[in-house]
Design a protein around this ligand. Sequence first.
Ligand code: LUZ
Ligand code: MOS
Length: 762
Amino acid sequence: MRHCDSELHVMGRSEYVDDVTPPAGMQHAAVFGSPVAHGNIKTLDTAAALLIEGVSAVFTFSDIPGEGYFGAIVQDEPLFADEKVFFQGQAIALVVANSYENARKGVAACSVEIEELPVITCPREAFAKGETHQELRVFEKGNVDPIWETCDTLVEGSIDLAGQEHLYLETNRARAVPCEDGQIKVYSSTQSPSATQKTIARILGLPMNKVEVDVKRLGGGFGGKEDQATHWACMASLAAYLLHKPTQLVLSRGDDMRMTGKRHPYKQDYKLGLDTDGRILAYEVSHYQNSGAFMDLSNPVLERTCLHSTNAYDIPNVRIRAVPCRTNLPSNTAFRGFGGPQGMFPLEVAIEKASQKIGVPPYRIQELNLARRGYVFPYGQELEDDRLHRTWEEAKDTFDLEQRQEHIETFNSENKIFKKGLALMPVCFGISFTKTFLNQGSSLVHIYTDGTISVATGGIEMGQGVSSNMIAICCKVLGVSHRRIRCNSTNTSRIANISPSAASATSDLNGNATIIACQEILAGMKRVASEEMKCEADEITIVDERVYLRGDSSVLDWDTLVLKSYFARVPLMAHGFYAPPNIRFDPVAGWGRPFHYYTYGTCLIEVTVDCIRGTYTINSSKVVHDLGRGIIPSVDLGQVEGGLAQGIGWVTLEELAFSDDGKLLSNALSSYKCPDGDFLPDDIQVKFLENADNPGGPLGSKAVGEPPFMYGIAAYFAIRRAIEAFTPISESETRCPMTPEQTLLKLYPQAADSFAAFSTDK
Ligand code: LUZ
Ligand code: MOS
């Protein structure tokens, strides 16, 4: 089986929110955003907009009939600016017109006078000024303080870790259609239909049962639509509700980049202590999270940063300090990995520094400290297997690590201008929402009298293949061909209280629920078959659309049994609900067993740096990944390769830049470079761990969405090692991404000052 949308995608026939034929009289909306990052609104002039031909209305904060403020964790965010603005691009007004062009003309005609206030863009500065969304939190294991003086090697430093633009192909958008009796139906590009439904109800002052949210598919989400698709759906709904006309809001690429939050940038301090052998004795890290203007999901993102701060390593003494800092930038939000990558990064920096002091390759220190079965993470969960080691050992063997290392050393001794570097990245990523209650999935399976099947779950199809996985699961459990099965849109009227499609857990949660639903229907059908064949129901199986009795093929086929079941008044529909057992987490104590299980893997990346130009080639990335027993191999491979590419992009080309006054400088695809097929390595090898069934996942599978992202981190260190082969790196702060510009500055530190003099107002 392939990805079930592949044909439609290739033909350009798959439909997104605004591809569906618009209802008659549909209006178009556009957003007027703040031109400055912080200030008091003195006067807002929208009269000129109303004079533009086709413009029917302009809405602001005071037009909101229900609650004007919302938020997943705390309700601190207004739908439109309420007297003050807190970031450039913050929505101030919504212009509605008879066409997209006229709505944009209306926006251009709006003007605002703002008394500007000081702008903070740096989380350290925000922290120093007491601008935090929450108190600083500390996670501890053992006690680092008395250990430092016993260490043979100590390294410390600070890090400037950049954020990342989601760059989903489909920008945020929604279409709202008013229905009878004050109800509203909303088509939204959201990863979280129930959060969208709930927030629309809140903003409009409606009960939730008057709001229906429907999602066919997304053109990518990556976390960017976990919490921040809501705003646009609420705005379209507000206009539709107040004007009694269907209204569509589609963000332009520029507006989407400027108005929505991204991966959180962090500032970090680390300190690592090791003994003579390279064994890590103590690790301390402080995370100053650049959270942006409002809380959004910053709290759980930072929590995952803390939980993954020791990644895959066994460290006896750990102190993790973390604080979400309020800055005048768009509220940063979920992004594949959800703070995990930011948690893992500083430890790898520290290990690299330590390896130079000790004089061994970093992978030796990584290997020596890799956690084994029985290890207890700083938050209390125990590592229950040795699969992480398996991926590490297999990566080393399969990809000839020692030989590659020798090859690189030889190459570097023979070449002056080109230098090569290699790095490994082990990943141990916890699967489950850390907010335990979110770990629930639902599925509704219908079998129609012609034998065809439809499945609808809480899972959102955003390209990752969850619909295909649901079909594959139905097909395996029911014993029928995937051609009989369709996956329906995700709809709040079919499934209630849907958790966001996030945390890599969508196929797990909804897949297990689908198994439960299929088994329930199947049980009824087997009863019917057993009466027909005068046997016990558990002697019946269905394979390849045929009924088998004690393993022998019978005359009954699927279509016949479906009809017989219908006439026997046996239900051919079922709702399955699944919640993984045995998980709990106390966020105040920072203690528990938050994860159902871990997904593991090891990645090896090799690069070549052109030491004259500062450019580089990623030669290869080779991965051993623990997939459990994969559901659809091509879909899983797509997730691993896609995650890897996005991770490589984060640490190399993708430079998110803001000016000191909070303006997004990397505000278009011309100034924000993401990896393309040409940049990515020609040699990508992904090997799935064999004999690795996962009892916690549907059909033995494992969550695969986020973990591969962190493989990309290896590219950063491979480039640094190549640079080190040319000239030692000295720096007061370690900066990521390692763009070609950064690489050049590292290659020629003497020239860095003069470069700085030439560089523009960054
Ligand atoms: N979303 C969320 C997530 O709300 N909680 C999580 O723990 C999480 N983890 C990864 C991605 N999204
Ligand atoms: Mo996500 S970062 O799993 O929406």
